[in-house]
Structures are given as structure tokens and as C-alpha cells.
Design a protein around this ligand. Structure first.
Ligand code: GLN
Length: 186
């Protein structure tokens, strides 16, 4: 199995190192050619507007949509969740539209309002895992075919719809590998 990490900007090396620690090959993805050589994809945190612009400039977005719509597993963390969402609150722009959710960007405030907490996400592990939120979004609306995986302070911060997983938090910035392990198994 080869796991790709979309590598225009953001937490790329952290995801690669977590996947490699699980003994699985991880590669950077920057083009349609790269996309053709992977079995699943992680879209990292960073700045969704920047990553979104590169996605358009590299002409990857149509091919990526096709792959995801036809079942390739994909996981978006933070900015990655924003890029996968069907709608972004207060904006008429959206990108891959692979999961029927509406997200609110920077929902907790600015960089200094970043925080860490712990929660047990039953679908992922029976243990509590650390959750790191950095200028994070949360989900304000969830479609019928989408399952909420985790709620923090009354807001949905992780969800799944078939082959698409989104998290507002960053498991790659912790020592814990359980979320990555869950992703390579779906
Ligand atoms: N606030 C960023 C955005 O809107 C996301 C932050 C992150 O990925 N850590 O794209």
C-alpha cells in the first residue's frame, strides 16, 4: 500500500513520518502523475486557501474528485477538512465537495485560541487520544449520510462518509499513531 500526502503546504512531513512509523510507504503528492501511484490520500492541515489555490493551479482537482468519488480513501485534517467539505460557511467557494458537511473556518478564534484536549473516539480506538486544535474549523451542518465521529464542547470535530474522513484536529502533531492506523485500515 502507498499512502499519499498532498504536499503543497502544511503538515506534510508529520503525516509521512506517522505513516512510516506504522511500516507503510508514504509519498508526497503534487501532481496527477503522483496521484496515479497511490492507494489513499491524506490532505494535511495548513491554510485551506493556499492549498486550494495550488490544487487548482496543478490541474489536479478534477482527477482527484473522480478518484475520491469512485472510492479512494481520503482523510483531511483541519485545512484538509475544509478542502473536502461540500460547503464553507459564509463563502461561495468550496473545493473537492467530497463529504456533505458545512464547516466554519477558524471557528475557535485565532492562533492563540488553539488548544489540546483528549477524547475517546469509539470508531478509532478504545483509548482516549490527544486532540490538537490549531485555528481549527468545526462542522456546523452534517448531511444524512455522514456519521459524526467526535463532538468537543458541543461541536462536531470529526466525521466519516464512506471513504471520506475529516478531522478538525491534528493527530500527526501528537505521538499517538492510532488515528493513522485507523485510516490505513478503512
Ligand atoms: N485556519 C486554517 C484554514 O482556514 C486551518 C488551520 C489548520 O489547518 N491548522 O485553512
Amino acid at each position: 500500500m502507498r499512502v499519499g500526502v498532498l504536499a503543497f503546504q502544511g503538515g506534510v512531513t508529520e503525516h509521512i513520518s506517522h505513516i512510516e512509523r506504522l511500516g507503510v510507504k508514504a509519498v508526497k503528492v503534487k501532481s496527477v502523475e503522483d496521484l496515479k501511484r497511490i492507494d489513499r490520500l491524506i490532505i494535511p492541515g495548513g491554510e485551506s486557501t493556499t492549498i486550494g489555490r495550488f490544487l487548482m493551479l496543478s490541474n489536479m482537482i478534477d482527477y482527484l474528485k473522480e478518484e475520491i468519488y469512485s472510492g479512494m480513501p481520503v482523510w483531511g485534517t483541519c485545512a484538509g477538512m475544509i478542502l473536502l467539505a461540500k460547503e464553507i460557511e459564509g463563502s461561495n467557494i468550496s473545493y473537492i465537495k467530497a463529504i456533505d458537511i458545512t464547516v466554519r473556518r477558524n471557528a475557535y478564534g485565532s492562533q492563540i485560541d488553539s488548544f489540546t484536549t483528549r477524547a475517546c473516539i469509539e470508531e478509532v480506538s478504545l483509548n482516549e487520544i490527544p486532540l490538537v486544535f490549531i485555528r481549527a474549523p468545526y462542522i456546523t451542518h452534517i448531511g444524512e449520510n455522514v456519521k459524526s465521529l467526535c463532538t468537543i464542547k458541543g461541536n462536531i470535530v470529526a466525521a466519516k462518509s464512506r471513504n471520506v474522513i475529516v478531522t478538525a484536529f491534528h493527530p500527526e502533531l501528537t505521538d499517538n499513531l492510532e488515528f493513522h492506523e485507523y485510516f490505513i485500515k478503512i
